[in-house]
Write a protein that binds this ligand. Structure first.
Ligand code: ATP
Length: 474
């Protein structure tokens, strides 16, 4: 089973300390969210899992952490200043701002024509009095330096809308310092910012978000099969996180949807909106895997030159082409880019893990069947009698002995049934109960989140027992 809708997760996330609405005490800030004690652990586990899979477990990968604010020229030559925009439409009636490419219409050749012919309704107030679409650049602006005036163009800078450009401008640095040969990749995790016209759906679309991106550099001509390998490889990663295959699909972007740099892009979709009647509208993007060709490396190079020998990029000091020692050829590598959102991955794993189960007493219980690798807490240590100092002391000592190797918590703030239910709802794979008998036999009860089965384990074996079950579970 999975969550019936995003609202179910919004409420669980707030109630249990995963995600809170940001700036709530001042009335909030549209579509900004803060990650609470459990949310930050979940995000970190997603990022660590991705990094291990993407960087540590491969031989052809390096990592990077580049700046969020880059020289403005980066965004000029990457094409973002000119083209990183969404078509914006205003409703003259209720003043709602809308994304033209998300509006529904039929019977007209284009959205412009449909708006002119009053065939498009504002989804907020049903008015057909809408403005013509105009491009709205999504990059957040800022100014650099203490003396900078708001409108000083020499001080203008942007918060990055993708982490990728930081990788391209470091291509040679990584290539030479790490003595790499093409093919190889550079991976990066970090915040990106987009002044989205219509943010929403909880953490699905926000103006500040986190990306996990990788740029894989290949010889031109070898790009297509490598692209396909990455599509399959990434699809498989989500399956290994325990996401139900029926809730994932691959989506081939039609030509007219492709970004200005892309030759082909395949998105991995998750069923974020299962409540929608029309099947097609249930899906949305979790990750994109693009073939960016040699667009970016060329765009940032002081070469190539045009027919008159004039440098096309007069501002760059470097040629980012690659020299192949073996074949004595110089070329601009093609780039395959798997780009996933941390926040959308968190939302997908939360939705997919959501399960309801009825206990012996006929009460409904929520269980978050998170992959153990992702679970914010791996084991909760619970004393059966909180008034008995020996039991409390033993439980606390067990928690302390586990904490260097796995995230464990101690909790005595309720009866055992309540404590189990609380841990199930936040996805803790194991509860460890210390009881009166534990004082005699040096053993504890380990309870499994998914089956509710219990087994007795010697305290001296507990760490190894939990670690091996955390690895093999799922
Ligand atoms: P969309 O079409 O949903 O706006 P996109 O195609 O512009 O997304 P990419 O530029 O391919 O997104 O970014 C890669 C990934 O970054 C996306 O698959 C998504 O997981 C994440 N992402 C992009 N924009 C946002 C956002 N505003 N909020 C949260 N995550 C985002």
């Amino acid at each position: 089973m999975a969550a019936p809708n995003i609202e179910t997760i919004v409420s669980l996330a707030k109630r249990r300390g995963f995600v809170f609405p940001s700036s709530d005490i001042y009335g909030g800030l549209g579509s900004a969210w803060d990650y609470g004690p459990l949310g930050v652990e979940l995000c970190n586990n997603v990022k660590q899992g991705w990094w291990r899979w993407m960087v540590h477990e491969r031989d052809d990968m390096e990592g990077l952490d580049s700046s969020i604010i880059l020289n403005r020229q980066v965004w000029k030559y990457s094409g973002h200043e000119e083209t990183f925009s969404d078509p914006l439409v205003d409703c003259r009636e209720c003043k709602t701002r809308l994304r033209a490419d998300k509006l529904e219409y039929s019977g007209a050749a284009s959205i412009e024509e449909a708006i002119q012919g009053k065939q498009v309704k504002c989804p907020n107030c049903d008015s057909t009095d809408l403005t013509a679409p105009r491009p709205f650049n999504l990059m957040f602006r800022t100014t650099i330096g203490a003396a900078a005036e708001e409108d000083d163009p020499t001080a203008l800078a942007y918060l990055r809308p993708e982490t990728a450009q930081g990788i391209f401008i470091n291509f040679h640095n990584v290539l030479t310092t790490m003595r790499r040969k093409v093919p190889f990749g550079i991976a990066q995790i970090g915040k990106s910012f987009r002044n989205e016209v219509t943010p929403g759906n909880f953490i699905f679309r926000t103006r500040e978000f986190e990306q996990m991106e990788m740029e894989y550099f290949v010889r031109p001509g070898e790009d297509e099969p490598v692209h396909q390998e990455w599509i399959d490889y990434c699809h498989n990663w989500f399956l290994t996180l325990g996401i139900n295959a029926d809730n994932l699909r691959l989506y081939e972007q039609p030509k007219e949807e492709l970004a200005h740099y892309a030759k082909r892009t395949v998105d991995i979709h998750y069923r974020f909106f299962p409540e929608r009647e029309e099947e097609e509208r249930q899906w949305d993007e979790l990750m994109g895997i693009a073939n960016r060709t040699d667009f970016d490396l060329k765009a940032h190079s002081k070469k190539p030159e045009d027919a008159e020998g004039k440098r096309l990029n007069p501002d760059s000091t470097e040629d980012l082409s690659y020299f192949d020692e073996a074949t004595k050829e110089r070329f601009y590598p093609y780039v395959i880019e798997p780009a996933a959102g941390v926040n959308r991955t968190v939302l997908a794993v939360l939705m997919d893990a959501y399960t309801e189960k009825t206990n012996d007493k006929g009460e409904k219980r929520v269980i978050l069947k998170l992959h153990p690798q992702l679970a914010p807490i791996k084991a909760a240590i619970l004393p059966l009698a909180k008034n008995k100092p020996e039991i409390v002391g033993m439980a606390k000592a067990i928690k302390r002995s586990l904490q260097p190797t796995l995230r464990a918590v101690y909790d005595d703030t309720g009866g055992i049934g309540k404590l189990y239910a609380r841990q199930d709802e936040i996805g803790t794979p194991f509860c460890v109960t210390v009881d009166h008998q534990s004082l005699e036999d040096e053993a504890v009860t380990v309870r499994d989140r998914d089956t509710w089965e219990q087994e007795r384990v010697k305290v001296s074996d507990l760490q190894l027992h939990l670690q091996s079950r955390l690895v093999t579970k799922l």
